[in-house]
Design a protein around this ligand. Structure first.
Ligand SMILES: Cc1cc2nc3c(=O)[nH]c(=O)nc-3n(C[C@H](O)[C@H](O)[C@H](O)COP(=O)(O)OP(=O)(O)OC[C@H]3O[C@@H](n4cnc5c(N)ncnc54)[C@H](O)[C@@H]3O)c2cc1C
Length: 341
């Protein structure tokens, strides 16, 4: 059951060569409960719940116990004419789950197609893309509480979801193993498609789609993402390395005087504007550049990559160098989106 000195290289999308002192896979809640009761868990210095490893950067070996979540299963429950509740176990692959819902013509998460990782990690950073965030459709989640060894239900309202943020990244960090997530999706005919964001409308036009379906939106998103983002199977990466920074409206206005073409967006905080981290990094000359064995992607400066032999430390050093450049040039702080371990 428990394995020592276990290689995590194929279990993180950066492809970083790191080892876990102890590693265990769980396929059921009862297995998870047994792990929790074990001496290995009780004596572990650190514990990491691992999903798809697509939002992690290992800068050293993991000195503790890695619990790999492989709990599978999906179920649906019709609510009324308009909506259906769908519950997915946390170890389900997120994109496969989206495809399952698209096939059933259930709308709400089609804009989140092709995001790597597991269902269970999705609430951790409130995954989002193309104008939709998981908080828009999530109802509640089930989690194993490491403090009590019991399963609890946590409602969406209790998760304090924000931009790539939730309680699971803050005060509840490390407390829960999310085991299942329930979503309220719209039945076909009742779902309002979201085509306003990014290049979706343009791609639909290129696809000659006049009256798009849920499946068409999903296909358009898959197409855009496949062109724009490097496939981690080909080149190691964890998607956007930094969050888009939110700055005061006055700061944004000041920057626009110097850089009139600077992209910016509305922020959920009325007094703030959101800037495009990728644009700021590009202006500092980092796009397509290397530092040691770590690189900045040549099409999307927000994505740091491991072209082959980079260590986690090298990627972290590159990230720090980028943060320093952006601070020096713009006086803006870039916060990392990826979990650095
Ligand atoms: C090419 C690429 C594109 C991406 N695009 C996007 C995007 O558009 N939008 C976006 O939001 N993200 C994006 N990401 C980031 C990533 O896909 C998401 O953050 C995803 O939710 C991570 O899932 P995971 O299972 O791989 O989590 P992991 O990397 O395994 O874990 C991430 C964190 O969540 C915790 N965690 C994982 N599972 C659980 C669980 N069951 N219970 C409690 N804690 C858990 C881990 O301990 C860790 O702290 C992208 C990544 C890549 C590689």
């Amino acid at each position: 059951m428990f394995q020592s000195n276990y290689s995590l290289a194929s279990l993180n999308s950066f492809g970083i060569k790191a080892f876990a002192k102890l590693y265990v896979e769980v396929r059921t809640i009862s297995e998870l409960s047994k792990v929790w009761q074990s001496p290995q868990y009780r004596t572990a210095k650190n514990v990491l719940v691992l999903g798809g490893g697509s939002n992690l950067l290992f800068t050293q070996d993991f000195d503790g116990l890695v619990i790999h979540n492989l709990i599978k299963g999906t179920s649906t429950k019709a609510e009324n004419d308009e909506t259906t509740l769908v519950t997915a176990s946390a170890g389900e692959n997120w994109h496969h789950f989206v495809m399952y819902c698209v096939q059933k013509q259930l709308g709400g998460i089609e804009n989140l197609s092709l995001i790597p990782g597991t269902v269970g990690a999705a609430p951790v950073q409130n995954i989002g893309a193309y104008g939709v965030e998981i908080k828009d459709v999530m109802v509640s989640l089930e989690a194993f509480d490491f403090q009590t060894g019991k399963i609890v239900t946590i409602q969406k309202e209790e998760c304090a979801f924000g931009y790539r943020d939730s309680i699971f990244k803050r005060f509840a960090k490390g407390q829960y193993f999310i085991t299942a997530v329930t979503f309220r999706l719209q039945n076909v005919g009742y779902h309002k498609l979201n085509v306003s964001y990014g290049a979706i409308a343009q791609v639909l036009q290129e696809m000659q789609v006049v009256n798009p379906t849920i499946a068409d939106i999903s296909q358009a998103v898959i197409h855009i993402r496949s062109v724009k983002l490097p496939d981690p199977k080909v080149i190691g990466n964890a998607g956007s390395f930094f969050k888009n920074p939110e700055v005061l409206q006055e700061k944004c206005d000041e920057m626009l005087k110097v850089y009139p073409k600077m992209p910016f967006y509305d922020s959920p905080i009325a007094s703030h504007k959101k800037l495009a981290a990728g644009w700021l990094i590009e202006q500092c000359g980092w796009k397509g550049k290397n530092l040691g064995n770590a690189a900045v992607h040549n099409l999307q400066a927000l994505v740091l990559t491991n072209p082959g032999n980079a260590t986690g430390k090298e990627i972290k050093e590159l990230a720090i160098a980028i943060q320093q450049s952006v601070w020096k040039k713009f006086g803006v702080t870039l916060e990392t989106e990826v979990n650095i371990l």
